[in-house]
Design a binder for this molecule. Sequence first.
Ligand code: AMP
Ligand code: TRP
Length: 333
Amino acid sequence: MAKKRVFSGIQPTGNIHIGNYLGAISRWVATQKEYENIFCIVDLHAITVPQDPTELKSKTRELLGLLLAAGIDPDMSTLFVQSHVKEHAELAWILNCFIPMGWMQRMTQFKEKSQKQKEQVSVGLFDYPALMASDILLYDTDLVPVGDDQKQHVELTRDVAQRFNSIYGPTFKIPEPLIPQVGARIMGLDDPTSKMSKSEDKPSHAVHLLDTPDEILNKIRRATTDSQKEVKFDESRPGINNLLVIYELFSHKSRQEIEDHFAGKGYAEVKNELAELVIEGLRPLQERYKELTEDPNEIDRLMEKGAEKVKPVAAAKVSEVKEKVGLARICQG
Ligand code: AMP
Ligand code: TRP
């Protein structure tokens, strides 16, 4: 049986943190043999909010390096940069014309992000889900692994695909979201009631993948917890719960084992042991990242190889769509 195709995207902005790693990247790595994977660094999504050009370029390269260092194997999975394949923007425009305003106005991520920016909000930010739908639908994707914040966008993708198919006949495969049960929402260390986020720059908010051992230890030691003592998985105590979920995901131990291990111990011990676990868990990735980035051309070569691999697939889908919609082709000869 053919392998199912997985597509996922990640923005090259801010600093990649352990929430991205546990909720997304480590799962992509773990499923490389089971699925046919396509991973995209979504730089066109990044420019929906203001970006510094030099920084955006360097973050794009850094992210590619981090994904490879985390274990994405370019011979098994395809890894490319969104803006290198022009069909993403092209299909997004066409899909725009099949998405009612009302669907877009329901998107909660836009509501949250636009509140932060007020009147500076771009049309691109509003239209972000159409570009994401284009990413997914270009490749006949079966599964879209994302954190639960992105579920609504995958649902919109399904809706627009169904709408298009019902007008023009079968064109797009209807994708399913793949939401992890544990770790879909790692919370901020400084505020465990809000999601760990790349755009939050408070110093103790998140552990980043390239943080030094000292930085990791200090951030985890400073993590907000409550004034109770018992070490238990308990969602009504978000601080300690978040630390234990991170522990669970890095240690691959069961909740029972973890609670037994910490029975009679205090939060300080949880924090110290967790810091050690995270430092050791990230060490191989950090070492591989250092090796990879010693030759700057290597990243560029891999970027180009990835784009060349997906271009024919994207081009075939866009020409099918254009034909169906009635966009005239230049006849040759
Ligand atoms: P973003 O940081 O929004 O570009 O997200 C990249 C990927 O990481 C997406 O699949 C997100 O759903 C996932 N992700 C982002 N933040 C978290 C978090 N705090 N916990 C778990 N997954 C996350
Ligand atoms: N919007 C996603 C996020 O912020 C990133 C993304 C863009 C994506 N295109 C995608 C995720 C396609 C999955 C599939 O996390």
